[in-house]
Every structure is written in C-alpha cells, then in structure tokens.
Design a protein around this ligand. Structure first.
Ligand SMILES: [Zn+2]
Ligand SMILES: [Zn+2]
Length: 112
C-alpha cells in the first residue's frame, strides 16, 4: 500500500497536524478512523480522562463540548428519587433507588 503523509486539522484547536503514512497504516490495521485531534489535544483528553478531572480551570473559550457525535438524549426517562448528599448535605435527585448501605452523593460530589 502506498500511503503519504496527510495534513489534518484538529477538531479542538484547529491546528494543522501531520497524520503520517506510518500512522495511517497503524490506524488502518487497528481499524481506527483518522484522528480528529492533534497530538497535544489527544494527550490532553487522555490525561483528563485518566485523572478524572481535578480542579481544571481551562481559560476562556466557549467551545467546550461541541462537535463529536452525541448520542445524548436517547435514554428513556428514569424515575428520580430525592436524596440528601452524604458528603455535602445538599438535597438532590438520583436516577436510582438509594439502598441505604452506601452514601449517596450529589452530582457535584460524585464528579470529584
Ligand atoms: Zn489540537
Ligand atoms: Zn454533595
């Protein structure tokens, strides 16, 4: 197969980056589609996922989670239960029935 380097545009920061011939072969072998982000952005995404996001205060920039296929909103509505957060004491709702043997956390606390 004859591959050549491609220049792609990062979906996150709009930087041009090189999708090299060897990378293309690698992606093809793995059955991946072409990357949509440049290397730094991909690393940033990985890092963010790995750490579960701790106190990230990204400066500016309104385009947080735009783009990317969203299968949001395709879930059936669930019954919500009123609970008190076991960590901060705020009243919140959860989509499952609290069992009582585990503290229930509000969304804020849960995301820490
Ligand atoms: Zn980028
Ligand atoms: Zn809480």
């Amino acid at each position: 197969m004859m591959s050549t380097d491609q220049t792609l545009v990062c979906a996150d920061c709009s930087t041009n980056f090189t999708f090299s011939a060897s990378e293309q072969e690698f992606y093809q072998q793995k059955g991946f589609s072409a990357p949509r982000r440049c290397k730094p952005c991909r690393d940033a995404v990985k890092a963010a996922k790995g750490q579960g996001g701790g106190g990230s205060s990204y400066g500016g920039g309104g385009r947080s989670s735009s783009g990317g296929g969203g299968d949001y909103g395709s879930r059936p509505q669930r019954e919500m239960h009123d609970v008190i957060c076991g960590n901060c004491g705020v009243q919140t709702k959860v989509p499952f029935k609290p069992t009582g043997d585990r503290p229930v956390l509000c969304r804020d606390c849960f995301q820490r």
